[in-house]
Design a protein around this ligand. Structure first.
Ligand SMILES: O=P(O)(O)OC[C@H]1O[C@@H](O)[C@@H](O)[C@@H](O)[C@@H]1O
Length: 584
């Protein structure tokens, strides 16, 4: 069937202008005849493009690249090392701030130099507004995380305060995840409202600029309606062929493994201003509209973090994921500085006859022997016979298994998982990767030492069956619909409800953000009973977010699905569980 999946969902914003292209942007900047302009940059922005365009358009008397006021790269490398660490995959959440990167003697020098300049001064780079804290005009050049990752892969971006363009992607990602993005988000929250403009340079040489008042109003408009973030897709060693067809992706790539359809930390939002589309990190919505988006209790509990993640894992005609386990909450806090952990669940969006998951251990598992065999497999490159120790279960389309942290698991070949999980997503302790190589031709990192510390050895066959394997119960039914509770175990903070329906279903956020996916059916329509937002159409496999603030909404089969059965899965936060799951 032809794909109807929308890869570029645009949120139409009313009542504001967008300046597109350097020529128009420069014209706009000149309007107020500013003497000092600061262009604050998120790390990953191509500062050179900005410098060249500003030089050409504004011909400033003095142009400062903020690296000139930073500490030396050696000093910065030493400063971040306790957070970047020597672990190949994981670091520790930093407490550094952007000020820590600067040499205040140099800042003082530049400040006095700026005051002596008669013409125009432009300061560009991360920390520009620290150097020019009283600029006549301030811009914020933002950058979504997925684009930053693409730039790391192409060796065109480096970490904050570094020139490490050619360091491995794994190192740059870890550096950014545990340090740069924390430091920069923290600073962005302080400074963005003080800037007059937001600059989008996600697509090189096609810059767009909006006023920050337009941005803040756009974010306000967004929390009044269901919306989608921009999904991104990535190949992997076990990837499959399903996403390519369903989401209409590049057929020439060997596979796609992951599809990230709701990880607001890393996705972006497309905001439509007339004919122009501005791309911003979707985390901005979480930072600047936290209560309306998440709901008061979720915001109080998690802070300005979006706690629910939806992503796809495609193994159709691919391989098994790594056999893995995730850290317990105390462990993730102690070792990595995270406040909540990677509890997961797999909703089987599609499955071939032979699909299966590994979940939990065998009844008489011998921990010492299993670890010994895993270690031998890793060091001697001999196979590990997973089924000797780990329970394998057949799964079918629409099964929903829960994976509390500490449970050994992975999904097998020939299925498509919709992961409905807590947001942390990189804390996968791989135990065994089936003796295969990563896409770069090298073995992927195995984390046996961490894994050993968190495996819950009492999660064996009978426990698994009783507590986490495809749990479901009917909740309610009405004319043309029925509702079930699925999947997640008693200890999870995520509640999931599934609706099977041929007619309209009434939903309510009850003051808590809802995340949904159309897991069966071609098309549905989301409407406001009080006409508070425009009707919103969703296609098969699309994930969408309903902000807490929306309140009542309805979902009906639509278009080619009218009168036919559709199925949605909805996730929300069990607010009574938050204090138990979040370690401050
Ligand atoms: O890439 P591997 O290690 O096989 O894992 C694939 C995926 O497994 C899932 O269970 C989650 O843990 C994901 O965060 C992870 O990306």
């Amino acid at each position: 069937m032809k794909s109807n999946f929308n890869k570029f969902p645009v949120i139409e914003i009313k009542g504001h202008a967008c300046f597109a292209g350097w020529e128009h942007i420069i014209e706009q900047l000149k309007e107020s005849k500013p003497k000092v302009i600061a262009i604050e940059c998120y790390p990953g922005v191509y500062v050179e493009e900005l410098i060249n365009s500003v030089k050409e358009g504004l011909n400033p008397e003095l142009l400062i690249n903020t690296v000139q006021a930073m500490k030396s790269e050696e000093q910065i490398a030493a400063m971040v090392q306790p957070y970047v660490t020597d672990d190949p995959v994981f670091g520790y959440m930093t407490s550094l701030t952007l000020e820590d990167y600067f040499d205040f003697g140099k800042i003082k020098y530049f400040k006095s130099h700026i005051s002596e300049i008669k013409g125009c001064t432009v300061i560009i780079g991360p920390g520009a507004t620290l150097i020019a804290d009283e600029a006549d005009l301030s811009l914020y050049a933002d950058m979504p995380r997925w684009e930053i990752q693409m730039r790391f892969r192409k060796d065109t971006a480096c970490n904050l305060g570094r020139t490490n363009y050619t360091d491995s992607f794994a190192y740059q990602y870890k550096h950014a995840y545990f340090v740069d993005w924390r430091v920069s988000d923290h600073y962005k929250k302080q400074i963005l409202s003080k800037c007059q403009f937001l600059l989008d340079t996600t697509i090189p040489h096609q810059p767009k600029m909006i006023s920050t008042s337009a941005l803040f109003d756009a974010l306000k408009q967004t929390v009044n309606t269901p919306f989608r973030v921009v999904p991104f897709f990535d190949p992997g060693p076990w990837g499959g062929q399903w996403l390519k067809e369903v989401c209409d992706l590049d057929r020439s790539l060997p596979n796609y493994a992951w599809g990230f359809d709701c990880v607001p930390e890393e996705n972006s939002l497309l905001l439509g201003f007339g004919n122009h589309v501005v791309e911003i990190p979707s985390s901005n919505l979480v930072f600047f509209q936290p209560e309306a988006l998440l709901g008061r209790e979720v915001y109080e509990g998690f802070g300005d973090e979006f706690p629910i993640r939806f992503d796809f894992l495609d193994t159709m005609e691919g391989g098994n994921l790594s056999l893995q386990v995730h850290p317990l909450k105390e462990y993730i806090k102690e070792k990595f500085g995270m406040t909540y952990t990677q509890d997961e669940s797999y909703y089987m969006l599609d499955a071939k006859e032979d699909a299966f998951v590994y979940l939990g251990l065998k009844e008489n598992v011998d921990p010492e022997l299993m670890m010994k065999e895993l270690e031998a497999a890793q060091s001697n490159q001999i196979p590990f016979y997973a089924e000797k120790h780990v329970q394998k279960w057949p799964v079918r389309k629409h099964d929903h298994v829960s994976i509390p942290a500490g449970t050994v698991h992975c999904s097998g070949a020939n299925s498509v998982v919709l992961e409905i999980s807590a947001t942390p997503y990189i804390f996968t302790f791989k135990l065994w990767d089936w003796g295969r190589m990563g896409l770069d031709g090298k073995p992927r990192s195995i984390s046996l030492a961490h894994g050993k510390n968190v495996i819950q050895w009492d999660r064996t066959t009978s426990w698994t069956k009783e507590n986490i394997l495809n749990l479901r119960e009917p909740v309610a039914e009405g004319d043309g619909w029925r509702e079930e509770r699925t999947g997640l175990d008693k200890l999870s903070f995520i509640e999931t409800r599934r609706h099977w329906f041929t007619k309209k279903v009434v939903h309510h956020t009850e003051g808590v953000v809802n995340v949904l996916n159309l897991v069966d059916g071609r098309e549905i329509i989301i409407e406001s009973p009080d006409h508070l937002f425009e009707p919103y159409v969703i296609h098969y496999a699309e994930t969408f977010i309903v902000p807490a603030h929306v309140g009542a909404y309805t979902i009906s089969p639509h278009g080619e699905s009218e009168g036919k059965e559709c199925v949605t899965i909805k996730a929300s936060v069990r607010t009574q569980m938050i204090s138990q799951k979040v370690l401050k």
